[in-house]
Write a protein that binds this ligand. Structure first.
Ligand SMILES: C[S@@+](CC[C@H](N)C(=O)[O-])C[C@H]1O[C@@H](n2cnc3c(N)ncnc32)[C@H](O)[C@@H]1O
Length: 260
């Protein structure tokens, strides 16, 4: 039986089961209080700094020609701005389903050095619609988005990201991951335990964050990610660019075949 760990500000306890569902409103509800996630990013508890710096290094080093970016689950766009500043980016489109995130993104992007555009939509439907109508981009970013989806939707999402990329395009994918041989319950117990080190955090914010993690986080293993990317048609060689010491926060770069 699959267990769900229900958190309190003090100690998580084990309760009944949860399976992933594609309920966008439920998955994005916690982001209505954007300052809670913002505090996590500001303290760098999910390795945003290293991930943004790694993406930026790759883009500065290898993508000198003007390029377009599609950022799926963009949040407040801060991670993307950090990754793109000073690069040859000529257009940025951020997609998110949470209105609070888009309000923050609009403000931050107003000061960015590149033109930007925001779309309020389900990222899964949006990337599929763009691919269906033959719209392309050069770089896709998806940061801490996909772990909310069912396994089938995760695979479909990878396929649509591949379809929307121009030849030689890059998919920078960062997300939480389960370690090999561990279950979701093992992951949740370890991750929530690690979250106790996220200090200072108000008890209410900690409880709300735990609730979101326990109800909506369905991380996969690296094996699943690599298989989904390969099945989608990406070149997956040398894909892992970053992993934190615990192995939870990971960044991959998958390349769409064809001429760069
Ligand atoms: C953990 S935040 C990540 C934000 C940013 N990409 C980052 O790396 O920090 C996840 C974001 O994905 C959005 N999101 C979740 N499910 C979504 C969906 N189905 N379609 C669009 N956005 C979604 C949430 O609203 C939230 O802004």
């Amino acid at each position: 039986m699959q267990l769900q760990i229900v958190a309190t500000a003090s100690r998580p306890s084990v309760h009944a089961l949860t399976t992933p569902q594609h309920d966008v409103a439920a998955a994005t509800r916690w982001f209505a209080q954007w300052n809670c996630y913002r505090a996590i990013v500001d303290h760098d508890w999910m390795s945003h700094a290293a991930i943004a710096a790694t993406i930026r290094g790759r883009l500065l080093g290898e993508r000198r020609m003007p390029f377009r970016v599609l950022d799926l689950g963009c949040g407040d766009a801060d991670p993307a701005i950090r990754a793109l500043e000073g690069t040859a980016v000529v257009s940025y489109t951020g997609v998110d389903a949470a209105p609070a995130a888009l309000v923050e993104a609009r403000q931050r992007l107003a000061a960015a050095s590149f033109p930007a555009d925001l779309v309020a939509a389900d990222a899964i439907a949006e990337v599929a619609a763009r691919a269906d109508r033959g719209s392309t981009t050069d770089v896709v970013l998806a940061g801490y988005l996909v772990h909310h989806f069912t396994p089938d939707l995760k695979r479909r999402f990878f396929t649509d990201c591949r379809r929307v990329l121009a030849p030689g395009g890059e998919f920078y994918f960062n997300d939480i991951h389960r370690l090999p041989g561990t279950t979701r319950d093992d992951y949740l117990a370890a991750y929530v335990d690690g979250m106790r080190g996220w200090q200072p955090m108000e008890p209410e914010a900690f409880a709300a964050t735990c609730e979101h993690v326990l109800a909506h986080d369905f991380p996969e293993t690296e094996e699943f990610t690599m298989r989904a990317a390969a099945d989608a048609g990406f070149d997956v060689s040398a894909a892992l660019l970053f992993a934190d010491p615990a192995g939870f926060h990971r960044l991959y770069r998958f390349v769409a075949g064809g001429l760069a």
